[in-house]
Design a protein around this ligand. Structure first.
Ligand SMILES: C[S@@+](CC[C@H](N)C(=O)[O-])C[C@H]1O[C@@H](n2cnc3c(N)ncnc32)[C@H](O)[C@@H]1O
Length: 449
């Protein structure tokens, strides 16, 4: 085993410790580590697999480890992460022989701790190898079993089963364990989808045209973020579900659109591209450093019809006239339960209380931004979460208190054809298992004339 690989495992262990300690986003920390250490593409692959995989399967790994650890509370944190990381390789990765994974773990334990710890790590892992893993069939309660098997907290599984039924929840939990697709939206103001696909294929990328979104591609091999085509604004890396928010607004040419929670600008730039330099997008976000990202993205894509502001959208009434926008998009801050494949650490940090708090912020935002919609104009509400409290219920409460708005049932006609069968009324909950994209919610409302 070469020394670089050893470093990758030790680095993965350090990352897992930091992610847990700081409760920071795994995707950001992983990207920082990759940039800082200038890792090769192969090592980036292994580091990502080890870090995300171990995080994704944390509860299942702890279930497997439990009978083999006498007092887990006495175990230093890093040892626990090292055991999970190694067991992850033994159980879920075919290409790494068990003996190699155990050898590496023992070496790390020797270096980071001492001989005693190395022998404990060796003992636990060898016992598992000898005696085999405990079976999930020992867990009688089906919700607890699903929770452990798919490493989703029990409160969340219970909540989803109550809201969507057992089968849908099981499908969702299972797909959340898989790696997300990298997808991108072609900047049609610069290049056609066919031309962009040809360009990327020439560079060795394996690309598929999205069967769902006419301007999207799926990248099956390679990392689109590292291409010149990305640097020169030919596309934006964005999930297919997110692209639907712009579709929900319909034809935006020559219009004035407010994107009330806009950073880093994925949807603002999509709207601006669809306008093709005709109308204007006012893109607002609460945080200055995030607004900078919208500006950076607009510049990269060559879009001149986006105006940004650092503002609290709960106070937009102080800055803009009532009924002054043709359409408003509120892509609200949310619990993000639809993007757990991308940020697996979220599974263990979110609480039911967060959901209730977010729902109250979402209500306030809806109330304030809705005043800016012209009569006859459209208000699109979206979140990247799968939870009725933040989605259907938030919208229903808004409609109840704001009779000047109605459900916009023409919403379906504006959506890409492949999506229409999923729509029955003015809103849409996309599950990650529907077509492999993020979980996402969209509702279209219209201000009465
Ligand atoms: C879901 S993200 C938006 C993603 C963005 N629409 C995109 O597609 O790139 C929610 C954003 O809302 C912003 N936000 C949260 N509270 C806000 C508020 N009161 N006013 C304005 N922006 C807010 C956050 O900073 C965050 O960038």
């Amino acid at each position: 085993m070469n020394s670089l690989k050893k470093n990758v495992r030790a680095t993965a262990m350090d990352l897992l410790v930091t992610i847990e300690k700081n409760q920071s986003y795994s995707n950001l920390l992983l990207n920082n580590t990759i940039e800082k250490n200038e890792l090769s593409a192969k090592d980036v692959g292994l580091l990502t697999e080890l870090t995300y995989g171990t995080l994704q399967r944390r509860m299942a790994l702890d279930f497997f480890l439990k009978p083999f650890i006498q007092d887990s509370k006495k175990l230093a944190n890093w040892i626990h992460h090292l055991l999970r990381l190694t067991l992850y390789q033994m159980v879920y990765l075919d290409k790494i022989p068990d003996r190699a994974a155990i050898y590496e773990a023992v070496e790390i334990a020797k270096k980071r701790g001492h001989k005693g710890i190395a022998s404990l790590v060796n003992g636990v892992l060898r016992s598992i190898q000898r005696e085999g893993l405990p079976s999930f069939n020992e867990v009688a309660d089906p919700i607890e079993r699903l929770s452990l098997e798919t490493s989703h907290p029990k409160w969340l599984v219970t909540r989803w089963v109550n809201q969507f039924g057992y089968d849908k929840t099981k499908e969702m939990c299972e797909i959340n364990l898989t790696a997300p697709l990298q997808t991108a939206r072609i900047n049609l103001t610069r290049i056609s989808r066919d031309e962009c696909v040809a360009l990327l294929e020439e560079d060795g990328f394996q690309i598929e045209k999205s069967p769902v979104i006419p301007e999207a591609i799926r990248c099956l091999k390679g990392n689109l973020a590292s291409t010149l085509a990305f640097k020169y604004g030919m596309f934006t890396i964005q999930d297919e579900s997110s692209m639907l928010a712009t579709y929900a607004l319909g034809d935006v040419k020559n219009e004035l659109i407010l994107d009330a929670c806009a950073a880093p600008g994925g949807k603002s730039t999509h709207i601006a591209e669809k306008m093709n330099n005709t109308g204007e997008v006012i893109a607002i976000d609460l945080h200055e450093h995030k607004v900078k990202l919208i500006n950076d993205n607009a510049r990269r894509l060559g879009l001149e019809n986006i105006k940004t502001s650092v503002l609290d959208s709960r106070l937009v009434g102080e800055h803009f006239n009532e009924e002054s926008f043709d359409k408003v998009l509120l892509d609200a801050p949310c619990s993000g339960l639809g993007v757990m494949r991308r940020k697996p650490d979220m599974k263990y940090t979110k609480t039911e209380q967060d959901i209730m708090q977010l729902s109250s912020i979402q209500q306030k935002l809806l109330k304030s931004v809705s005043a800016l919609v012209k009569k006859g104009g459209i208000l699109v509400y979206s979140t990247c979460t799968v939870d009725k409290e933040e989605n259907e219920k938030t919208v229903a409460a808004f409609l109840k208190e704001n009779p000047q708005f109605e459900e916009d049932i023409t919403f379906k006609e504006r959506m890409p054809e492949a999506i229409r069968p999923l729509i029955t009324s003015y809103d849409l909950q996309i599950f990650p298992q529907d077509f492999g994209s993020d979980g996402f919610y969209l509702a279209a409302l219209r201000k009465k004339v």
